[in-house]
Design a protein around this ligand. Sequence first.
Ligand code: AMP
Length: 116
Amino acid sequence: MSMTEETIFTKIINGDIPSDKVYEDDECICIRDITPQAPTHLLVIPRKPIPRLVDASDEDKALLGHLMLKVGDIAREAGVGDGFRVIINNGANAGQTVFHLHLHILAGKTFSEGMV
Ligand code: AMP
């Protein structure tokens, strides 16, 4: 898929395909990942279709801050505020498959120390 085509997350945001939504506001939505990699696996997705983190620009500064703060709020609300990981896959080489920026919240399993 070209990075400029409508992604599955835009279709979800527009209500064209269903999702298990746990939060939404004017800037973002949060849904349950359809293929969870942990007992809690949520995706925080800006409504603005920024393809990858590296495609964000200075005008997105407030939006990126908003997403980070919402990650904390949503994790607390989900009961996992004391232990969760936040992952952004940037680019196909990092395993990104949906080219619409999203933050993974993963929790509910034992993570090893370190990153991978
Ligand atoms: P990434 O590899 O970082 O691009 O992550 C994309 C994520 O979107 C994967 O974890 C998928 O399981 C998830 N995903 C793909 N389609 C859907 C969908 N329709 N609803 C919820 N999550 C989805």
